[in-house]
Design a protein around this ligand. Sequence first.
Ligand SMILES: CC(C)(COP(=O)(O)OP(=O)(O)OC[C@H]1O[C@@H](n2cnc3c(N)ncnc32)[C@H](O)[C@@H]1OP(=O)(O)O)[C@@H](O)C(=O)NCCC(=O)NCCS
Length: 182
Amino acid sequence: MSAEAELYYIHQPTAERPVAHPVTFLSVQAFLTDEPACRALWDFIASQFRTRQKFLTIWPAVRFVAMIQDPQTALIKGMLLVSAPMNWQIDYVVVHPQARRQGIAAALVKRTLNEAYRRSVPYVMLTSRESLRPLYEGECGFSVVGRKDPVSESRPLFDKPLRLAKDQLHPGGVPLSTSHSQ
Ligand SMILES: CC(C)(COP(=O)(O)OP(=O)(O)OC[C@H]1O[C@@H](n2cnc3c(N)ncnc32)[C@H](O)[C@@H]1OP(=O)(O)O)[C@@H](O)C(=O)NCCC(=O)NCCS
């Protein structure tokens, strides 16, 4: 679990914004026909996030996938998932470790915001750790509307067994320092 606060963000699309990389924006049905892309998504979930629990929970609600692929090497550089009952929820923004700090995440999010604008989606929401505020607030125009502070380390031990049990259940999981607790 991250020791950082989680921030809740909202964005109200009012105009299209420039996107620095070509983004493929697919319905989940179209995405599921692309076997290498499905494999890449699962590899990202397994290697870049601490648990599979939230992913398996939200997957039935996912309606769109945004992705950036290198046209030369076919490497999938980054992805995000959109759940869309009416307002949109962005989850699992993830970028290949070799493609970071090139604007890939920002392009995925901005393209998604443009799609939301074109489809008259009222709000787009996401939750993320505090250190990514420059990405979501500064770069992509989200506003912070709430926060959840991390559980204090001084809380009694009986508040923590679930966390320990999860770690024990996933002995092959990614080390905490390299994965996000989504
Ligand atoms: C977080 C993540 C998606 C960022 O992807 P990225 O493509 O490297 O991000 P971008 O290049 O679009 O970043 C744009 C700006 O956002 C900010 N930013 C990006 N990553 C950041 C980080 N790790 N810490 C602080 N700010 C960051 C910076 O201001 C950056 O601009 P700069 O590179 O000119 O300084 C990527 O590191 C990742 O996949 N991490 C593992 C999964 C994860 O934690 N996902 C977040 C789920 S909410």
